[in-house]
Ligand binder design. Structure first.
Ligand SMILES: [Zn+2]
Length: 361
């Protein structure tokens, strides 16, 4: 268009000056169209790891979010990583190509609503990896989401229609869905328990595996004390980085009490934390309101109480511990196995967390 427009200018006035400027523009266009893309495609930046560097620290130094680029970095540098993906000082590592992550949607393929900004997170799985930022309601809020158990520990095991239901897989799926909703609303989210190949799964029966890792990519130990300390440390390291921001640690579990009573979704907070109690009450009230809207005769018995739990006591951000139901009660398990129900729980928790942010920030 620009080119055509200038040509018209030339024809109309016919002066040398204009022909010169058209030639210049053509030359610049030529450069822009033919040379620049070739350049940026062939650019893989290599950097040298310093003593004490981990992937997280290295990525951060070069301005890359470890949430977005951790998996790419590992894939690119696999042959140069040590056990548990440690780095070797003095070795060159390739940085992921940042052009791969679209900052804005391709206008022709993505209908634009909300703020229109698209982000891409492999951890949600291919179907859900592209996330559109729909609001800024949680802009400035930072969440650490800890799906309970994982790695060698499946947590509680229940049964539904003859198949086994493993706590860690269902808690993880709800946690992922919650993460995606929080991101849609502008939050910064860290998945502390992570599974590279289990994205959001729209299935009733979630296959159990043991390859979950702890942020950023640490093997989860079998020993419970070590396991809980590992995830607590991961949260607290990040907490320091985001000091001054509104921060929440959210642990998601499924209760395994042996009594076969329906216990609904309920919440624990640290006994010293007034903010934690307030946040839990807001979540509880939101779930109650939503159940009332969708199933008026159902009733809801979810509770808020304090409990002396390691991750709640030892993490520095305000802690919210969620039990999604009773693994030994069929109605509770049904809420877990139906993918739409898992999504509804994540949506409602997000609504509650938005209220929590607006009220308590
Ligand atoms: Zn649990």
């Amino acid at each position: 268009m620009l080119f055509k427009g200038n040509k018209i200018v030339v024809n109309m006035f016919g002066s040398n000056l204009h022909i010169n400027s058209v030639t210049k523009i053509l030359f610049i266009l030529f450069l822009a169209i033919f040379l620049l893309p070739l350049n940026s495609q062939s650019q893989t930046k290599e950097v040298v790891a310093l003593k004490g560097d981990g992937i997280y620290r290295l990525l951060t130094r070069y301005g890359l979010s470890s949430v977005e680029y951790m998996d790419d970095f590992i894939a690119l540098n696999k042959s140069n990583l040590g056990q548990n993906n440690t780095l070797f000082a003095g070795v060159k590592y390739k940085l992921p190509d940042t052009a791969k992550l679209p900052a804005t949607p391709a206008a022709s393929t993505t209908p634009s609503k909300g703020t229109g900004k698209m982000v891409h997170y492999d951890i949600f799985g291919s179907k859900y990896a592209d996330v559109e930022i729909l609001s800024n309601d949680l802009k400035g809020a930072v969440y650490y989401l800890v799906g309970g158990h994982g790695g060698p520990d499946p947590g509680a095991v229940g049964k539904y229609n003859g198949y086994h239901v493993y706590e860690d897989e269902y808690a993880y799926d709800v946690t992922l869905r919650l993460a995606r909703k929080l991101i849609e609303n502008g939050a910064t989210v860290y998945m502390i328990t992570r599974d590279k190949n289990d994205g959001i799964r729209d299935e009733y029966s979630l296959k159990a595996d043991k390859d979950e890792v702890c942020y950023p990519n640490l093997k989860i130990p079998l020993n419970q004390t070590k396991r809980l300390r590992q995830r607590t440390d991961a949260v607290n390291q990040l907490y320091k980085k985001h000091k001054g921001s509104f921060q929440r640690m959210i642990a998601v579990h499924v209760d395994s009490r042996s009594r076969s009573e329906n216990i609904d979704i309920f919440f624990y907070h640290d006994k010293r934390s007034e903010t934690g109690e307030k946040a839990c009450k807001i979540l509880r009230d939101t779930i109650e309101k939503k159940y009332h809207e969708h199933q008026p005769n159902r009733g809801y018995t979810g509770t808020v109480s304090n409990r002396n739990l390691y991750v709640v006591r030892s993490t520095w951000p305000t802690a919210i511990f969620i039990e999604l139901g009773n693994m030994n009660h069929q109605r509770d398990v049904k809420r877990l196995v139906i993918p739409d129900n898992r999504q509804a729980v994540a949506n409602w928790l997000t609504l509650g967390l938005i209220t929590d942010y607006k009220t308590n920030k």
